[in-house]
Write a protein that binds this ligand. Structure first.
Ligand code: 6PG
Length: 269
């Protein structure tokens, strides 16, 4: 396993031939970071993502040889965001994890921290209620704080929306103005699915020990080019939060075609 050399002030950017190779590389990085966290602190906290990105990563993590490299019984799994939809339905960000990862690896049920959206929907509560419960779950876990007081997770995996969103923090999001660690987000009208969301505060991505952003396919080339072509305000382009030293971006060739050539590239990960 080899890392690319990051350009000064930039994340480690790894470009691989195709989506399968990018997912495999992301799985290897996650497995290594979880194992390192357990060695260092006895526990590992990982916030995963929704969308189409994590499925292949889960499959790689659940298969040999990675599966046995992670002390899963010490791992806590969180979500960066979830949709206001039944947890066993296709819109839920938890479904892929439950089907592809959690059936295969022994993370104790009490350490699988789903956003309480099913519970909220069943009881007639609002997304704000679910967000407040989730923020409370994070607080009672007593994670170490970053200098701004936000909890430090060991690994935060994100996909990147074609508008530059991460978690459910969209361009122009109001989440920045509220310090709550988890927040309700009104249904977006410019991306699918157009349902309300619950999201972590964007700063939690920045505060993480290892933010990992994964993007593949030609449909992501434009936004990847924008993220690495300008130094704008993350309020306008939230994915810029993951453009920081110490973060890892794993792309395939199709998503990286507009990546400025001076930024780190590697064919290995
Ligand atoms: C969601 C996500 C969202 C997603 C990106 C990328 O609930 O929609 O968590 O932030 O990660 O939109 O989606 P893809 O992985 O499908 O490209």
């Amino acid at each position: 396993m080899t890392s690319s050399v990051a350009a000064p002030g930039e994340p480690d950017i790894v470009v691989l031939a195709d989506a399968g190779a990018a997912s495999a590389a992301a799985a290897r990085r996650i497995a290594a970071a979880l194992a390192e966290a357990v060695t260092a602190r006895g526990v590992a906290h990982w916030a995963t993502t929704g969308g189409s990105t994590p499925g292949a990563i889960y499959r790689d993590l659940a298969g040999e040889p990675l599966r046995d490299t992670v002390p899963w019984e010490r791992v806590h799994l969180w979500w960066g965001d979830d949709r206001w939809a039944p947890p066993d339905g296709p819109l839920s960000n938890t479904l892929a994890a439950r089907e592809l990862l959690l059936r295969e690896v022994p993370i104790p049920a009490a350490q699988v921290h789903v956003m309480p959206i099913g519970e909220a929907m069943a009881a007639g509560h609002s997304p704000a209620w679910a967000a407040a419960r989730y923020a409370e779950a994070l607080r009672t876990t007593a994670l170490p704080p970053d200098p701004a007081g936000f909890p430090i997770l060991d690994v935060v995996l994100v996909g990147i929306g074609s508008d530059g969103h991460l978690f459910s923090v969209f361009p122009g999001s109001a989440t920045w103005d509220d310090p709550a660690w988890a927040q309700a987000v009104p249904a977006p009208t410019h991306v699918e699915p157009q349902v309300a969301r619950v999201t972590l505060h964007p700063w939690i991505l920045h505060a993480a020990r290892l933010p990992i952003a994964v993007a593949h396919g030609a449909g992501k080339a434009g936004i990847v080019g924008r993220i690495f072509g300008e130094r704008g305000d993350p309020r306008d382009l939230p994915a810029l939060l993951a453009r920081r030293p110490g973060a890892v971006w794993i792309l395939d060739e199709a998503a990286a075609v507009i990546l400025p050539p001076h930024l780190g590239r590697s064919s290995m990960a």
